[in-house]
Design a binder for this molecule. Structure first.
Ligand code: TRP
Length: 363
């Protein structure tokens, strides 16, 4: 069976290093591995509207930002189809049919939705669109017959929901849909990269993010302000790694080769950690290493972004061409779905003939 990727992001802001180590970096690797016959990367504007419906301009402005972040990370429109969710009406149509296959109590049990409802103070009145977004996400995935969905860990319940819908659809109607598999980062630091202040959630309002598009000075400022070990007061004190944001970021970004370049007294991260926990290694030295490592990773991304920023109309062209190509694929799946559901009246000659016969015999 063909291996197909679909994934995407809500355009509610620029993408940050959490998105990068959680999923973006992997997508580019998968794209370049040549193992996937098709790769669809979606700007999920319709989903972004489920909790930003009163703020359409925010979503509108951020579409090009997310697309620029994608391209500057190395997603290549010649290899991956980049498209905008709302431009594929077939996705909405699929969602309407999938709604029959999911119960309200099942949606209420979805841990990601539960959590988001709390965060947004939606407890008293949840918009139906928001409540049902896992169903819409199942449409995104199944419309492209995706086998593989590279996402952050928080998206696992969404993939599970999609698998359940596929299973139900295929057993009630006909085996049209493909069960997707989530692909999450191997490394714990990449699964849940904290904000620079050590808080679990990276968010614009907390000011604790490092954005892919940040200037070298801004990145450095964030790294130097990073939360470390509050008990590590003197350089000679033993330091702790647990909850130490600088080390979590090093786990996500650092490779052995970085030591040769930036800190040749050590050969690998483990040696640095051992020294830190023994005592005698200052935070500043570790932060400097991290700054070098992150700058090295982000510099080519920044440079590519600057190139793409010179021709914004071309970014929209890429998204338009991608949306047209994506729409053809989704339309094919929808047509299979409709025939499996027996609602393809005008393409089904047998149906018309059977009705003709019925009335002939009745006469
Ligand atoms: N829920 C994802 C996010 O919050 C975005 C998304 C929408 C998505 N549809 C998807 C991700 C389908 C993977 C597959 O970023």
């Amino acid at each position: 069976m063909d291996k197909i990727i679909l994934t995407g992001d809500r355009p509610t802001g620029r993408l940050h290093v959490g998105h990068y180590v959680g999923s973006l970096r992997r997508r580019v690797e998968l794209q370049n591995s040549g193992e996937y016959s098709k790769i669809f990367i979606m700007v999920a504007d319709a989903q972004a509207l489920t909790d930003n419906f009163e703020n359409p301009d925010k979503v509108r402005q951020n579409i090009v930002e997310v697309a620029l972040d994608y391209l500057s990370c190395g997603l290549d429109p010649a290899k991956s189809t980049l498209f905008i969710q709302s431009q594929i009406p077939e996705l909405t149509e699929l969602s309407f049919y999938y709604m029959n296959l999911v119960t309200v109590s099942r949606l209420q049990r979805n841990p990601t939705v539960k959590n988001e409802i709390q965060m947004r103070n939606f407890e008293a009145s949840i918009p139906v669109g928001f409540f049902t977004y896992p169903i819409s996400q199942a449409s995104d995935i199944t419309a492209f017959k995706a086998t593989t969905v590279p996402v952050g860990e928080d998206q696992l319940p969404m993939i599970e929901q999609a698998r359940e819908i596929v299973h139900k659809f295929n057993s009630v109607y006909a085996p049209v849909l493909v069960e997707p598999q989530a692909l999450i980062p191997r490394n714990a630091a990449c699964l849940r990269l904290p904000g620079v202040d050590g808080k679990a959630k990276m968010s614009k309002s907390l000011g604790n993010c490092i954005y892919l598009a940040d200037s070298p000075e801004d990145v450095k400022k964030q790294v130097m302000s990073m939360y470390t070990d509050p008990l590590h007061l003197l350089v000679s004190d033993p330091g702790h790694l647990e909850g130490n944001t600088v080390f979590t970021y090093l786990d996500a970004f650092c490779r052995d080769e970085h030591f040769e370049r930036y800190l040749p007294e050590y050969t690998c991260l483990q040696e640095l950690k051992d020294h830190y926990t023994r005592g005698g290694l200052g935070d500043m030295k570790v932060k400097k290493l991290l700054n070098n490592v992150i700058q090295e990773e982000l510099e080519p991304i920044r440079q590519r972004r600057r190139e793409y920023e010179k021709d914004i109309p071309e970014i929209y062209n890429i998204l338009k061409r991608g949306s047209e190509a994506a729409r053809e694929v989704a339309a094919q799946t929808l047509s299979e779905v409709k025939s499996a559901m027996r609602i393809n009246y005008f393409e089904d000659m047998d149906l018309i003939e059977a009705q003709v016969k019925k009335y002939e015999t009745e006469l």
